[in-house]
Write a protein that binds this ligand. Structure first.
Ligand code: HT7
Ligand code: ZN
Length: 867
């Protein structure tokens, strides 16, 4: 099929002001009756064309009259109807098959036939699998939804909007109706029906609305929803305070499912969550997972304004809601937790997931100009880089200016399907600033390289910083324009003190908006060390020729926690490069000794220390190499860490480990989490120096852990380092958590992380486990995703077996769930940069896949990969 292009956008010829939807729900078959109140755009003369995929059309009528077969055509996923006029009402009745729906898009069954429940997933284009409709986000419609089903099998019936009646029907059936007063695009429609339990809490919004917050889950896990409820309340309060946004319905439902293609979905008034991001309990949830639950709860809730009240005109504008909502969630999480640690986590994710995307065959702008399958564009670029672009805009305007701009954006675009231009116009106009130059960031793919050098002139007491930018070509975009790059900076004197800059401030933002520019700082008494891109003020790759001692100074003294970490990362990279090239140990010594010096600093937050002690990931190291050999990268990174460990010393590590163990608790506060994070890092370093001692610690930690964080950390150290105790621990974990799907996912994932060649045999063995299934996206991600996307030395075997195995599984998975298959296939991203032997084997595997009959989702990814 030919691609869909942004340049071809036309407003809809037909819109639907109101829809009355009635469902007769059943597991094998459900019937959907729809009544569309249609409006024609007088400026267009197109026949009514509605999207519909896999629908069995049972009846069709126009303005109350059944239609003759000659008056409509249903082919190639489009229903075309003749004789429709402005104001006409089109009625259709269709049959769909939830239990047979393994793609988890449209109406489907979660769980078993006996105990599972029915639910929908419509973003991006799932509504067309439920009924005929103009399935595009700029058609905003008022929904009245009536659900009917057998009461015994489906006691709970939910749809988005406010409840509008419920009652009994003959033959043990019942009904419930919901009316949503806010016009919405069909991708925000949702229903849920089944045997679910609830947690309920009353909430009064800042503007005085009484809202019932209701979280629904299957009976065995409902008690795991308390943390999510608290997080939801925190998110709602935060959005009121930070953005003045209140919730706007009488009830807000949240539902947990184990069968979900992504993290969660912001359907109006009826959010649906992957259980992984909703359920939490001390016995099975790690600290990182607790934080992820809070973040995803926040993200979906914040969509109620950034996405639902103001939605997207078309899917090219996806980052308008996703980039903005990720940014809002990042602010929320920073406020709930620690701004520096949150920033480190987010930038690490950007570098791990988005930079490689932007540097390879799948590179695309935050606002792509064309796509074949929209589900392939829910990417790190649209989400994470999109958030970085909002952050740059917010930084440019300052907190008050940004809030003024956001208020205007929401006010102007409430109830509309907006564009990124609308967003920038509102932010700019509220502040009298032209932000149009920032639009270039949305249209240009690739990560800009920022380079520079400083020059100090003692005679004039001036420091001159010269900055340059360059963005390498990406597929379809050979030539790049300069972008506005805000560089937040500070200058440190050689004693590690910040120097006053403009008007006494110690921080300043300079904007590089040409290819090269110099910035002069007068009144500087001694040659300074610049701290650049503080807080990662722009999503670029910085290349600045710091001396190792200068990085050590920033690592020790920078007041920006993120930039301290950044200095450690830079030093670790230099140390790695020295080891790789056999070029002495200068940076290695500075890195190791500086961290060893910080190791005992009582004032340093243990969580930050843990991050400082973590060098770049194998994925990031591969990003910086050519002729990538993942096995060598793994070995070198291990050597690097061993060097660090030995500079700290086995005794010091062991003592710190014991001290942290003595302080262990099951509390969830930031200080307890920080200690657990450091304890794990210390254990990971110790195992490289004194494996028997570390294995004994890890075993004891695993056996006695009061939290899943500690239990899993102990297990991971044993499994990844090949400890003799690993098999026993895995067996005990398996028995203990046999009935908990999320805990079992971690059991699969931890084994998929075994480094090197043995990983594939383990993955194969685990595939044969009765608990493994290709039908469950979380399980697929836990085993195949962790191995192929998170374990480079395990996946990239020199014999190419990993590639052949993944290609075979992708073909199988594609027949069941194309969205999940396409996402997993991105594991091949970067194959062109592998060393020649692996490169040829990876190419052959991808090419072999391309020759098969694939879904549009997988075909697009594989096709782009081979371009
Ligand atoms: N807006 C949602 C994106 C989404 C999705 C969610 C679940 C299943 C399939 C999906 N396709 C797209 C999630 C979010 O960003 O909030
Ligand atoms: Zn989102």
């Amino acid at each position: 099929p030919s691609p869909i292009r942004l340049a071809d956008y036309r407003p809809p010829a037909w819109t639907v002001a109101r829809i009355e939807l009635e469902f007769d729900l059943g597991i094998d078959t459900s019937e959907v009756h729809s009544r569309l109140h249609l409006h024609r755009d007088p400026a267009q003369d197109a026949p009514l064309r509605l999207d519909g995929e896999g629908l069995e059309l049972l009846a069709i009528a126009l303005d109350g009259q059944p239609l003759d077969a000659s008056a409509y055509r249903y082919r190639e996923n489009v229903l075309e109807v003749d004789g429709v006029a402005d104001g006409s009402v089109l009625e259709t009745r269709v049959r769909v098959r939830p239990a047979a729906n393994t793609a988890l898009e449209g109406l489907y069954l979660s769980g078993s036939r006996e105990r599972g429940f029915l639910l929908t997933q419509c973003e991006a284009e799932g509504f067309r699998h439920i009924t005929f409709f103009p399935d595009r986000p700029d058609v905003l419609t008022r929904y009245t939804v009536t659900l009917r089903a057998e009461r015994e099998r489906f006691p709970v019936l939910l749809a988005g909007g406010n409840p509008d009646g419920a009652g009994e029907l003959p033959d043990g059936r019942h009904w419930a109706r919901f009316v949503d007063p806010y016009p919405k695009p069909c991708y925000l429609f949702a229903l849920v029906a089944g045997r679910l339990e609830k947690l309920e809490r009353d909430y009064v919004t800042a503007d005085g609305r009484r809202v019932a917050l209701v979280i629904w889950a299957e009976p065995d896990v409902i008690e795991c929803c308390h943390y999510a409820m608290d997080a939801l309340e925190r998110a709602m309060r935060w959005d009121e305070q930070a953005y003045g946004r209140n919730f706007d319905l009488d009830v807000f439902h949240v539902v947990a499912t184990h069968d979900f293609n992504m993290g969660a979905m912001e359907n109006k008034g009826l959010n649906i969550f992957n259980a992984k991001y909703l359920l939490a309990d001390p016995d099975t949830t790690t600290d990182d997972e607790y934080r992820a639950v809070e973040a995803v709860i926040g993200h979906e809730y914040f969509h109620n304004w950034s996405g639902n009240r103001v939605t997207c005109r078309d899917w090219f504008q996806l980052s308008l809601k996703e980039g903005l909502t990720v940014f809002r969630e990042q602010q929320f999480s920073a406020d709930m937790y620690s701004p520096s640690l949150k920033r480190i986590d987010d930038v690490a994710l950007l570098r791990r997931a988005q930079f490689p995307e932007d540097a390879g065959p799948l590179a695309h702008p935050v606002r792509p100009s064309q796509y074949s399958e929209i589900n392939n564009f829910y990417t790190a670029t649209v989400y994470e880089k999109g958030s970085e672009l909002v952050r740059m805009l917010a930084g440019r305007l300052g907190p008050e200016g940004f809030r003024r701009g956001m208020d205007l954006y929401f006010e102007r675009n409430d109830g509309r399907a907006a564009t990124l231009e609308d967003f920038l116009a509102a932010l700019g106009q509220a502040n009298g600033i032209d932000l149009a130059p920032y639009l270039a960031w949305y249209g240009q793919a690739g990560t800009p390289r920022l380079s520079g050098e400083g020059h100090y002139d003692a005679a004039t007491r001036t420091y001159t910083l010269t900055l340059r930018q360059h963005t390498p070509p990406t597929p379809g975009q050979p030539d790049k324009r300069p972008l506005p790059i805000p560089v937040k900076l500070a200058l440190f004197d050689p004693d590690g003190r910040m120097l006053p800059l403009h008007e006494g401030a110690t921080e300043q933002v300079v904007v590089l908006d040409t290819q090269e520019q110099s910035f002069v700082f007068p009144g500087i008494g001694r040659a300074p060390v610049p701290s650049l891109l503080r807080g990662f003020s722009a999503p670029v790759i910085l290349d600045y020729a710091y001396l190792p001692a200068e990085l050590a100074l920033l690592l020790t003294h920078d007041t920006d926690g993120f930039n301290r970490w950044e200095a450690a990362q830079q030093l670790a990279w230099r140390a790695y490069a020295e080891l790789r090239d056999g070029r002495g140990h200068q940076a290695l010594a500075v890195w190791g000794d500086t961290l060893a010096g910080l190791f005992d600093q009582a004032t340093l937050d243990p969580a930050l220390l843990a991050d400082l002690l973590t060098p770049l990931s194998e994925v990031e190291l591969a990003e910086r190499e050519t002729d990538v050999d993942p096995a060598r990268i793994h070995a070198l990174r291990q050597t690097l860490q061993r060097e660090l460990a030995s500079r700290i010393g086995a005794g010091v590590l062991a003592d710190r480990y014991r001290a942290l163990t003595a302080q262990a608790s099951d509390a969830l506060d930031a200080a307890s989490q920080a200690r657990r994070r450091l304890k794990r890092r210390v254990l990971e370093l110790l195992v490289l120096l004194d494996a028997p001692a570390a294995h004994a610690f890890a075993t004891a930690q695993f056996e006695r852990a009061a939290t899943m964080t500690d239990r899993l950390a102990g297990l991971a150290v044993l499994v990844r380092s090949g400890a003799p105790q690993a098999a026993g621990a895995l067996a005990r974990y398996r028995t203990r958590h046999a009935d908990n799907a999320l805990a079992l996912d971690k059991w699969f994932a931890v084994q998929a992380q075994i480094p090197g060649e043995p990983a594939l045999a383990r993955v194969r063995a685990l595939e044969a486990d009765p608990k493994f299934t290709l039908k469950n996206p979380n399980r697929v991600q836990a085993l195949l995703g962790t191995w192929a996307r998170g374990n480079p030395s395990g996946f990239h075997r020199a014999d190419g077996e990993g590639y052949r195995f993944l290609a075979a599984r992708l073909a199988e998975l594609d027949a069941l769930n194309p969205q999940v298959a396409a996402r997993l296939a991105t594991a091949f991203n970067g194959w062109q940069r592998l060393e020649p032997v692996r490169r040829e084997k990876a190419r052959a595997a991808v090419a072999g896949l391309a020759e098969q009959s694939l879904s549009r989702n997988l075909a697009e990814i594989v096709g782009n990969m081979l371009k």
